[in-house]
Write a protein that binds this ligand. Sequence first.
Ligand SMILES: Nc1ncnc2c1ncn2[C@@H]1O[C@H](COP(=O)(O)OP(=O)(O)OP(=O)(O)O)[C@@H](O)[C@H]1O
Ligand SMILES: [Zn+2]
Ligand SMILES: [Zn+2]
Length: 812
Amino acid sequence: MIAKVIVDVAVNQTDRVFDYLVPAEFEDAIVPGMRVNVSFGPRKVQGFVLATDDHTDYDRGKLKPLAELIDLYPPLTEELLELSKWIKDDTLSFHISVLKSMLPAAMRAKYQKKLSLKSPEILNELPLSLQQFFKDDKEIENWDEWRKQANDEDKKQMMKAVKDGVLSVTPLVMTNETKKKQMVVFTEKTSQELAQASETLTARAEKQKKLLAYFSENLATHEKIPLVQLLDRAGVSRQTVQEMVKKGLLIKAEQVVDRDPYEGRTFEQSQPLTLMDEQQQALDPILSSLLEERHETFLLRGVTGSGKTEIYLQAIDYALKKGKEAIVLVPEISLTPQMVTRFKGRFGSRVAVLHSALSKGEKYDEWLKIREGKVDVAVGARSAIFAPFENLGIVIIDEEHETSYKQEEVPRYHARQVAIKRGQFYNCPVILGSATPSLESYARAQKGVYHLLTMEKRVNDVQMPQVSLVDMREELRNGNRSMFSNQLLSAIQDRKDKQEQTVLFLNRRGYSTFIMCRDCGYVAECPHCDISLTYHRSNQSLQCHYCGHIETIPSICPECSSDSIRFFGTGTQKVEEEILKIFPEIRVIRMDVDTTRRKGSHEKLLQQFGEGKGDILLGTQMIAKGLDFPNITLVGVLAADSMLHLPDFRSSERTFQLLTQVSGRAGRHEKTGEVLVQTYTPDHYSIMDVKSHDYLSFFDKEMNIRKQGGYPPYYFLVIIHVSDEQLDRVVSVTEKITGFLKNHLSTETMIYGPVASAIPRIKDRYRYQCMIKYKVEPKLTETLQEVIKTYQGEMARTGLAITIDTNPYMML
Ligand SMILES: Nc1ncnc2c1ncn2[C@@H]1O[C@H](COP(=O)(O)OP(=O)(O)OP(=O)(O)O)[C@@H](O)[C@H]1O
Ligand SMILES: [Zn+2]
Ligand SMILES: [Zn+2]
């Protein structure tokens, strides 16, 4: 038997299938999707089995045998293997990079496999020679160790038993964090026996008697209690417990704690709500597509608070009732406890949550629940699109406009495209939901490629919040130099008086806190990157966010020696201080990278705010989405236009989306909401349309601008980045590539460049780029592959790096 293997060597020459002989030992066990170890040249590398068959074009005598199977159960399904080929072509990535990115990070490390009998009654289904290993609940703790000393026939039989489902394999993930363990205590004695033993103790052994009494009163024989809990409840010391263990009355043991990140948390069970008319109209076509098992992509545009989540829940419920599975993607940042609670509350333990805040091991455990079919809903960020379900019934992408669905490293896939591909495979609906769909998606929906569903009203006819724009230039003219307008200050005071809550949003993206000299305009820049350094208050340093360079803050200007060198820009910490200066009695809950670094702190802060323990929730992008608190009646946006002028054709779109999202946090229930947007460009359309809640107006204007500029969705873009330590090399390579593209692509296709990238140098490497704009370009993939091939050797030998992004979102 021959295995077709993709090896883990990411260079062009190895980006194809290699044939290996399958030793007899593995013949019955090997399945496509498993990982294997193979020798490759002088090295031993990992690989993925794509297929097995009896044919090879090579001389069998020269083929090498597989060294070992890493998995006994394939982590990737046949469907995912197929999908990987498509992603590889679409993103021009190495096949191995795609395959690896489909698995949880923990699986990239080595792990130990435990073999056990599926259930005790089927022991006799095993060959006689193997029964000894599993009799009396015995297990094989470490498969790889066992294999080393077992005979070939046993090994073969063992693997067959795994494949036949008699034995189950439990991988124990070997990451730095091992399974959590705790000490437990129990007794094998009955309470009479304990009472008798107690009588034999001396009167002085008061504590010991107390401990035994606790056991006989509270715990059944064999019932375990965690040691810490016991000490606390029985009021005895560790030593007392130890003495009873020595006497053989109690037993201490270590127990593995299951890693359920949501353990101990109860989720109140929620029932499907009676839908509003608009909700029902949106849900119906989705249900028909589910019923008819027909793939369709829906774009659900529903204003903030229109009840999109309830539609997701009911659609999923329907899919589950048909015995199918569901994937829900949410942006990492809005994978908030509120969101998780809504899914766990409806579907309970049928939900696995894949969250970046989980440890590697926890993530792996959640993933395994999916692979083993123990859950049927997966909720997670981008990579959850690879959840290894085999009977997928629906895929939902919430906040579909979020750019975090595009992976910004190899493979540069977009989860939306992958979702649609999976939907086509399983003949199931894909729902893209947003209050502010991406221009690309809405344009497709208008053309009928996606099925458009619209909800213009909030649930229960709640009014959209009243949005006012505050012209900060005007404030300045009136002598207000602070970061708060008078209007915002009095609104905050007003909410405080009414005991209502305020959300203050500081848009920090593209808005750095930098050091500038007031006399000569000098700005502190990174010596390795062409970008200004960011001021870090916590340790009074200047840091580069691209390369990590740190330096101390100069007290005098290095250019003109003036001492009026100050830091500019506003951080959340600064905002908090300023608020407290003005309103010392106001309670501020600040949410930013600094206050949410600890695991669970994000959740805790939101909970405090929900319980009314804060008057103001102050934060960055982190608080823009997903929050649904009835008492929020004011949203203040401090710097609305800070990212409007970034060199990125999507900056207006992002501004509109973000402001609409934040505004949407206000007045979602009985109390009416107000939004104050502070801006220096109140007449920019992306800000004006937020005021009027007019997505369609924004869409039309922005589409026009894209049409004129030749940007998506009218054209497709490809960006080729070239970087190297030597500037002349970068320029000449980019020039050659540009020339090559001009010669090989069709005349209607436009090629721009070479130009320096928006950040022309990072980590002492110069960066150039060229851009392709096209409508139809049949020779695209082939030509780009040719570019990679041409420079493959040079890239391997020198520091030259060329990356191709076939659907760029990061323009910097
Ligand atoms: N049919 C319904 N009846 C009563 N309440 C509902 C109904 N549907 C949704 N809700 C409630 O309305 C509120 C807003 O709904 P939801 O958060 O799903 O809106 P959304 O469209 O996802 O908003 P956003 O885009 O702002 O996150 C929630 O508190 C939700 O429980
Ligand atoms: Zn730097
Ligand atoms: Zn100066």
